[in-house]
Design a protein around this ligand. Structure first.
Ligand SMILES: C[S@@+](CC[C@H](N)C(=O)[O-])C[C@H]1O[C@@H](n2cnc3c(N)ncnc32)[C@H](O)[C@@H]1O
Length: 213
């Protein structure tokens, strides 16, 4: 059985680099492979990003840091982050200090949160690392993860601009293949990708939709 109390390579690296969670390296790998934050033709400017399941804030911090060194800086970016939990004060403060960052606390499936999210669209990139609290029952966890991924795909359908991209976490099992099929209908290309930074024993993977139709 995995020992989650012992910091592994990725957790130690995250700590050294000032990120609150090791999950940042999953986004970094996807970004490097699929150019999520450098979509062709935009010169990296003017991105409007939605980060679902954003706490404790590593993905948002990675995005803001990447933009800070660019022409137009973080000012060229609009980043909306949503989570049930608040951001830890230290990282929340760093993020809030950057213009263009908004944090919404609540359930991505709740009607009032949906309205608040849609009001900040359209987006050019939607990310979802949202994950349910695990029960240890793999089918139950996979089903709950699939519901969250379907919600992210709903935002992809409603609030993603043409040409935009989506990357969403899903626990394998259940009907995750059905989700990939829907992604392929909505996007020119749909792929699954398991970053190396995922724990070896984890059954999570990411589905990507590239080029919203
Ligand atoms: C793996 S963590 C995300 C880590 C984050 N990407 C980072 O790099 O810091 C998954 C998050 O999904 C959030 N979450 C789960 N269900 C949610 C829901 N229905 N609405 C909003 N957030 C949710 C959890 O609160 C948790 O913070």
């Amino acid at each position: 059985m995995a020992d989650y109390t012992k910091p592994d390579f990725w957790s130690q690296k995250a700590q050294k680099e000032g990120y609150p969670a090791r999950s940042v390296y999953k986004l970094k790998e996807m970004d490097e492979k699929f150019r999520l934050l450098d979509p062709p033709g935009r010169g990296g400017r003017g991105l409007r990003i939605l980060d679902l399941g954003a706490a404790p804030g590593s993905w948002s911090l990675y995005i803001l840091r990447k933009f800070t060194g660019r022409t137009g800086g973080a000012g060229a970016l609009s980043l909306t982050a949503v989570d049930l939990s608040p951001l830890p004060p230290r990282f929340g403060r760093d993020l809030a200090a950057e213009g263009g960052f908004t944090f919404i606390q609540g359930d991505i499936s709740a009607a009032e949160i949906r309205e608040a999210i849609l009001a900040r669209g359209p987006f050019s990139l939607i990310l979802s690392d949202a994950a349910p609290a695990t029960t240890g029952n793999r089918s139950v966890d996979a089903l709950r993860s699939l519901e969250l991924a379907e919600t992210a795909l709903f935002y992809g359908g409603q609030a993603l601009e043409p040409g935009g991209a989506l990357a969403v976490k899903v626990f394998q099992g259940g009907d995750s293949q059905g989700l990939l099929k829907k992604i392929r209908e909505l996007f020119e290309s749909g792929k699954s990708f398991k970053p190396q930074a995922c724990r070896r024993e984890s059954f999570e993977t990411y589905y990507l939709g590239l080029g919203k139709r």
